[in-house]
Write a new protein. Structure first.
Length: 392
């Protein structure tokens, strides 16, 4: 990326993003290409968004066909593409009703409104420590990380946190005054932290006792990312609310609040709305994603290639025990925790033509497109091993 472009970015934009110094020209499959023709293997996929990689022909065709009809209609109208897309989404999630949004954060905000409408303002809502649910005010109130909250207080009241994977803490806090708990079954921004079976089974038991709601934040983990349709499928139960976005639109902005049957009538006309949520072009792209993931064997690919990637990373851990502390995750959502901050390694891998992400200071987060192959994994492992070999 040229110096002039970076300077222009500082002039035009609020300073919220530390830009990666690459001037991207285009993408093909699992690769990105810069203006100079350099090729990058993308193991981050736009933060788990580009599930089918770049320029997927079926998405290009579906979007082109829909935008030629109309790019937008008010939600006072219903369109066939919204019906087709939402029907598939509910089918594969096991939920009953949907509200389509523009993003994951917007889905979280809507879910808080559903909970407050159903239970009133005084009952408590919980989230887990190290969680990340978004940057808007309701989502930020749930996000239990000081770096995001500092300077934006006061946040919403009656929202508290439970220690991650701490059964005793959960048992002490959840009671008849609880309205809901928001759960990431695998925390993404928090460092690819996986909830254990004991915690989840106790949570399900407490729900049966106190009748609160479980809201599954599947914004990053949903649509096949973990090798199952949604991360909660690893625990064999159905939440009361499911929030999903990111991968669902294959690169276009769309999210959803999905509810169980018992919450289907909480909202009434005028209680909630959105101008762009459920945009028909986004739904056209989303329908392709759902078909590819759930109907054309892509979910099986995630499971197979994800296990292959995990196995190879575990071998690297044994080879570099003073660098790699732990490897964890499911499917194609994997974290490599290091004994030191990982920003430098991200830069070194970028020089080698591989794009990865560092989260929670010392966790390398791998979120490749769901279409990657074992050959792509082999290429990644070669470059990653070479990079680690050069670390002193």
């Amino acid at each position: 990326m040229t110096h002039e472009i970076l300077e222009k970015e500082k002039e035009l934009f609020l300073h919220t993003y530390k830009r990666i110094p690459i001037d991207i020209d285009h993408g093909e499959g699992v690769f990105l290409f810069d203006k100079n023709g350099k090729k990058y293997l993308d193991f981050f996929s736009g933060l788990a968004v580009n599930a089918l990689g770049y320029a997927h022909p079926k998405i290009v065709s579906a979007v082109s066909e829909q935008i030629a009809k109309f790019a937008h209609l008010s939600n006072y109208y219903i369109t066939q593409i919204q019906i087709d897309f939402t029907g598939k989404l509910l089918n594969y999630s096991g939920m009953s009703k949907a509200f389509l949004t523009n993003s994951g954060a917007e889905a979280v905000e809507g879910a808080i409104k559903i909970i407050r409408k159903a239970f009133g303002p005084d009952k408590k809502i919980f989230s887990l420590t190290s969680s990340f649910h978004g940057r808007t005010y309701g989502a930020l109130s749930l996000t239990a990380r000081e770096k995001y909250r500092k300077g934006f207080e006061p946040l919403l009241k009656n929202i508290e946190q439970i220690n991650f994977n701490d059964v005793k803490d959960m048992d002490a806090k959840l009671d008849n005054d609880t309205a809901a708990i928001f759960v990431e079954f695998i925390q993404g921004e928090g460092g690819i932290n996986v909830l254990n079976d004991e915690f989840v089974q106790k949570l399900i038991s407490l729900r049966g006792k106190y009748h609160f709601l479980i809201a599954a934040d599947e914004i990053q983990t949903g649509i096949g990312r973990t090798g199952k349709p949604f991360a909660y499928n690893h625990y064999n139960f159905i939440p009361d609310i499911v929030l999903t976005a990111k991968a669902m639109g294959g690169g276009l902005p769309i999210g959803a609040i999905l509810t169980s049957k018992k919450l289907g009538d909480v909202f009434s006309y005028g209680n909630h709305g959105t101008t762009f949520g459920g945009n028909p072009v986004c739904c056209a792209a989303g329908k392709v994603v759902l078909e590819e993931v759930f109907e054309n064997s892509l979910l099986k690919n995630v499971d197979t290639v994800g296990k292959y990637l995990l196995e190879n990373l575990i071998k690297l851990k044994a080879e570099f025990p003073k660098i790699i502390k732990e490897v964890r995750g499911k499917g194609l959502m994997i974290g490599v925790e290091l004994f030191f901050e990982c920003t430098e390694i991200v830069g070194l891998m970028r020089e080698r033509g591989v794009l990865i992400n560092c989260t929670n200071q010392n966790v390398i987060r791998l979120l490749p497109p769901l279409i990657i192959t074992k050959e792509n994994v082999d290429n990644f492992i070669v470059e990653f091993k070479s990079t680690l070999s050069g670390i002193k």
